[in-house]
Write a protein that binds this ligand. Structure first.
Ligand code: NAD
Length: 268
């Protein structure tokens, strides 16, 4: 949209970077980054389906957001992304409620208990890979028809651990590297269906597990020279990738980390 001078209007530029009117599914949205994505999307006007393993947890987030003065609405659904039946039920619930799905944010994940790889038990390996990598496969394939029917966007939450391969986080690093690779694969495979597929590779983000591990407060959202970010800052990067402002961006990973090439635990 342009004005009488042939210049793009403020309204059209804002519209492009918005997810207003879209229907989105966000996994792992009971806390941290996923919850921040849900809040950002409904504040912007999207309807969202949020999931996590415990109904009570997603319900309390949905209640809080649905009671707030925001344009979008929230449907909470209990779903374990490692369980294909549970994921199929999530897809059915989403389509039944909203009729279509435009955006998928594969965010559910966690780093596991950690330790050197030679001490990692098989069960621990399986658990971390299941939730972080196989979960993305399960959910993405379950929503494949809905997303490809009318075009859309997928944003996966990978990690800087996947880019660098962090000591003591072998299963997590490998699984997240897999997520970034899968992002590029799927971007090629689904480009013809007009589905863009991108990922974020956050550095340290002050979500509940990280705040507990590092014993840090929520940082201020100011200054580029930081080693720890707010969940909202990752949500805003995800919103950009989900929006039409990123219409020529697919198969990419954006790393909201603070300064590049300095990935290290923040000083606490
Ligand atoms: P979090 O613990 O606050 O949130 C994780 C969410 O995933 C929760 O809602 C949890 O219930 C859900 N979840 C876990 N296993 C699940 C399963 N099997 N099925 C469905 N839901 C499940 O943690 P977070 O830090 O917000 O992490 C969100 C994502 O960001 C994860 O993929 C994580 O690996 C990634 N990440 C986090 C950071 C960070 O510093 N916090 C950095 C890089 C990447």
């Amino acid at each position: 949209m342009t004005n009488e001078d042939g210049i793009r209007t403020q309204e059209s530029v804002r519209e492009l970077s918005s997810v207003d009117g879209e229907t989105a599914v966000i996994t792992g949205a009971s806390s941290g980054i996923g919850r921040a994505v849900a809040e950002t999307f409904v504040a912007d006007g999207a309807d969202v389906v949020i999931c996590s393993r415990t109904q009570e947890d997603v319900e309390s987030v949905a209640e809080e957001l649905n009671e707030a003065d925001v344009p979008g609405s929230v449907l909470p659904v209990e779903c374990d992304v490692t369980d294909r039946d549970s994921v199929e039920a999530l897809a059915e619930a989403a389509v039944e409620e909203f009729g279509e799905v435009d955006l998928l944010v594969n965010n559910a994940g966690g780093s596991g208990s950690g330790g050197p790889l030679h001490e990692v038990e098989g069960d621990e390996w399986d658990g971390v890979v299941d939730v972080n990598l196989t979960g993305v496969y399960n959910v993405t394939t379950a929503f494949s028809d809905a997303l490809r029917e009318d075009g859309g966007a997928v944003v996966n939450t990978a990690s800087m651990a996947g880019r660098y391969g962090v000591a003591g986080m072998g299963p997590y690093s490998a699984a997240k590297a897999g997520v970034s690779a899968l992002t590029r694969t799927l971007a090629d495979e689904w480009a013809g269906d007009d589905v863009r597929v991108n990922a974020v590779e956050p550095g340290f983000v002050a979500t509940p597990p990280v705040r507990e591990m590092l014993d840090v407060e929520m940082p201020e959202r100011e200054g580029a020279d930081r080693r720890i970010g707010q969940p909202d800052e990752i949500a805003d990067t995800i919103r950009f990738l989900a929006s039409d402002a990123a219409s020529f961006v697919t198969g990419q990973t954006i790393a909201p980390t603070g300064p590049p090439n300095t990935f290290e635990p923040p000083e606490v």
